[in-house]
Structure formats: structure tokens, C-alpha cells
Design a protein around this ligand. Sequence first.
Ligand code: MN9
Length: 350
Amino acid sequence: MGIQGTMLVLSLSDQRPTRSCRRRLCWNGHHGPVHKESVLRMKLNKLSGLVAATYTPLNDDGRLNLSVIQPMVENLLGHGVAGLYVCGSTGEGMSLSSDERKSVAEAYVTATNGRVPVIVQVGHNSLAEARNLAAHAQEIGADVVSATCPSYFKISDVEVLIECMSEVAGGAPSLPFYYYHIPTLTGSTLDIVDFLRQSRDRIANLVGLKYTDSKLFEFQECLELDDGRYDVVWGCDEMLLGAIATGAKGAIGSTYNIAFPIYQKIIDAFASGGIAEARLWQSKSVEMIRVLNQFPFHAAMKSVLCMQGLDVGGCRLPQGRLSATEVADLRADLQSIGFFEWHETGPVAN
Ligand code: MN9
């Protein structure tokens, strides 16, 4: 699936990697720390294709199980993912200590070995910690840094958000920075279009957003602001088709870990004008996510990865792990919607 998968992923994007670039998608062919002027040039590039928000594998006792990261990376790259987003909501970044976050980021950067961009999420309630994690990401050769805002004390003022994000992004001045907009989890209610508009020239390495909200009109405004200056990456898997129709070139999501082929089919069908087929595959994703949401979502996702042969364990509290009965129920529910056959066959219209 390797090369074909790569070409299909790239078909979502207008961008093409340079000939000399050995990864599928890259930032002007650079790997690792780069100079300031490169950051400026990077602003012209966009992250594209399907980027997996990665899980953090844990042992039964809840400690990190870093040895599973290499097989996880090989599995994702085998499917054709265009990048890896590490220690975000999916990767339980907020439930890990800073030392653990650093170890996980290092393990992903090492396992990926420059084949696709690795984006490290460094958001923290302590801005100093977040800045320190950003500096670490730059030091270990990550490609991109991203961060949520502090969320215990809510932010409702654009100026305050700009100050916070300048502090964090300044920890990795040589890397492109993406603000992780996820208002349902951070509780920050500010106008994200204003944030982008007012951040201009104030956060030197701000390249764009990971946009995890369901407002397509706002997503479109962000995409079109300043003649498309910002790279706005879609973060809501169950609405990928709508996002592509709105102009998304890249998307970061958790369910690309377990069902990459159906999302690739949405992209391919849309690209060839097969809207009905694209809609059918999207509705399969919606159905699957509805099943997963009957349980603590990410704990259920990790159980599916275990069913697929990757021993990633459960989640840490407060998400926890599924009981054996819940795993059996989840498997039966997934079977009843045909999940285990989707990878081999086309969608079946009811
Ligand atoms: O990072 C993910 N968001 C969260 C993106 O985990 C909060 C999404 O991929 C969702 O898990 C997905 C299912 O709702 O869209």
C-alpha cells in the first residue's frame, strides 16, 4: 500500500514535496532544527493529508510502554499517514508528566526517522512548562510544535491568548507553531478568527491552527483570512468530508489510527467527483464514532488498536480502561456495523 498510499494522500494537497525530500510531506525538505528565515519560508507551506493523532502506549500498571511506538509508527506509515501528532488529546498529553511527554516525543521522532513530519503538542497550564516542552521538541528534531492554551483558568480575551501563545511558541523559535483550537476541552470562548487576525507579526513562528471545532463557516474564514496566509488543519474526523468541501488540505485525527482506509476513500471519492460514495464512507465514520462514544472514547479506541494487534494498553484515569465485558460489547457493536470488513470491501448502501 506504501507508494500508492502516499500518492493518494498527496492528492488532497496542492503542495508537492521537493524532489530531494525523503519524507512524504515536508517543510521545504528540512528535517530537524532550522534557521529563522526557514520558518518564514515554511509559512508558505501547508501541512497536508491525513495526520494521525497518536496514542501513548501504556503497560498494565499505567507506565509508558515505549517499545510499542515503533510498530505503531510502521502500521500508520504503512497505511499512508502524512504525519504524526504526538501528546495531544488522543495521546493523553495532559495526563502525562513533562518527563513522560519528553520520552514519548523522543520515541516518536526516533521511530519516524524523518519519514513524515512529527508534530509535538506541548500545551500545559504552566506556560513555563509548555515553553520548556517546546524547546525540548525543537532540540530532539521534531518538525512542528503545537499547543492548547491553559484551561484551568479560562481565556476569553484574544490579547491574553496571544501573550500566552507567544510565550510557548518562543520556546521553539525555529519550528512552525500551530495553535490547537479545541474549545470544548479548553473552555476558551474567544473568537478564533480575531486571534489569527491579531496574531499577525506578533507570534513570529505561528503558521496555523489545529481546528477542532465543528463550525465549518468559521473554519472557512480562518482558511481564507489574509489570502490563505494560515494553515488551518481540520480536527473533527466525523466531518472530514464537509471540511474537504470547504477547502481543508490537511486533517489531524484519532480515528485515522484504526480506520485510515475509509478516510482515504472519502478523499479519493471526493477528488473524483464521487460525492455519493464519499458521503457513504463518511457516514460509516459517523456510525463508528457513535459506537466508540458509548464508552470512554479514547479508552475504546485503544481497545480497538489492541484488537488490531497493537498492544497499547488502556488510558490513564480519568479516562481509564474498558473492562473485559465492555471490550466484548465494543467488539460486537463494531462487528454489527461491519467495521472489521471495511478495510477489505467497499461500502454497502442500506
Ligand atoms: O484530535 C480528536 N479530538 C479529540 C482530534 O480527541 C478531542 C478527534 O480526532 C476526535 O477524536 C474524533 C472523534 O470525535 O473526531
